[in-house]
Write a protein that binds this ligand. Structure first.
Ligand SMILES: [Fe+2]
Ligand SMILES: [Fe+2]
Length: 293
């Protein structure tokens, strides 16, 4: 049964729509050092739903801008090329994977809450540890479990059994996925983002967030922060990640790796950090609404 399933999954990933044109053009523009902001605005404006998302994100609590941003040009000027591209990547990925309305998806509200919370917490960890590239980490955190959407959409019947088993036996999602499918959501998410030729940080966070020590050196900090944020989101009961908790933060590979690269983490009061996440609730609810619709 497993080889059949693998074939189904590989076919599904191969037949998934390609990266949206707007994202592809933005990534190409990013390669050009002399790209003009107006050119980027024109690329985004060609895609109405992407434009709406860019404006929603620009006006969200995430950026806390003191004024309203009403045009794509303004958003690009304020947020910059890199930020805008990252927003479009995340919106584009979820647009492609949106489950058709007539298909019963697995608890998608809980999934969204967990994904957004992981991104928001990852960004807070960056601030605490003075790590740059917060937006890349935020958005790769947002996409870290995208393989679950693919599994749920393309082998829904079996995935229901997987989810039931994680609850019944209190085992991790990865363990149940490997038992029934032979592959797990981290690998499948990695395939998908690789097919889209996204920046390495996105692919590596999806692929290694459950096996941080195996991630390439260049992405290790990103992967470790996202993995830690994933654990914290579950400890804080932000949505259903499908993985049972019971983890001691200080014992995780992610924490141990960050202890070496960012010693400041040893002084971080984890309990207070988790407690303080309460004021991230509004931000999580708002971003959840933007990416979900
Ligand atoms: Fe995961
Ligand atoms: Fe997760």
């Amino acid at each position: 049964m497993i080889p059949d399933l693998m074939k189904r999954l590989e076919n599904a990933v191969n037949f998934l729509p390609p990266i949206p044109v707007v994202v592809l053009e933005l990534l190409q523009a990013l390669d050009n050092e002399n790209v003009e902001l107006n050119a980027l605005s024109r690329i985004i404006s060609k895609d109405p739903s992407m434009s709406v998302n860019v404006l929603k994100v620009a006006n969200s609590a995430f950026y806390r801008l003191p004024y309203n941003v009403s045009t794509v040009e303004h958003a690009v000027r304020i947020l910059g090329i890199k930020e805008i591209t990252m927003i479009c990547i995340a919106c584009g990925a979820y647009r492609v994977l949106k489950t058709p309305r007539n298909v019963q998806a697995f608890d998608s509200n809980e999934f969204w809450k967990h994904s957004v919370a992981t991104g928001v917490i990852a960004r807070r960890l960056c601030v605490a540890l003075e790590v740059r590239d917060q937006t890349v980490i935020y958005l790769s955190g947002l996409l870290h479990d995208i393989g679950k959407i693919i599994l749920d959409r393309f082998i829904h019947d079996i995935y229901k059994i997987v989810i039931q088993t994680t609850c019944d036996e209190c085992i991790s999602m990865i363990e149940a996925e490997k038992r029934y499918i032979g592959e797990s959501h981290d690998t499948v998410g990695g395939w998908f983002l690789e097919k889209w030729k996204l920046p390495a940080a996105f692919i590596d966070v999806a692929r290694y967030h459950h096996s941080v020590t195996e991630s390439p050196e260049d992405s290790k900090t990103f992967v470790a922060i996202s993995s830690l944020a994933d654990h914290l989101a579950r400890l804080r009961f932000y949505g259903f990640g499908g993985d049972m908790s019971g983890v001691v933060i200080g014992d995780t590979d992610a924490f141990k790796i960050l202890e070496k690269t960012h010693p400041a983490i040893a002084d971080m009061d984890v309990v207070k950090f988790i407690w303080d996440l309460e004021d991230a609730d509004d931000e999580i609810i708002e971003m959840e609404g933007i990416f979900k619709h």
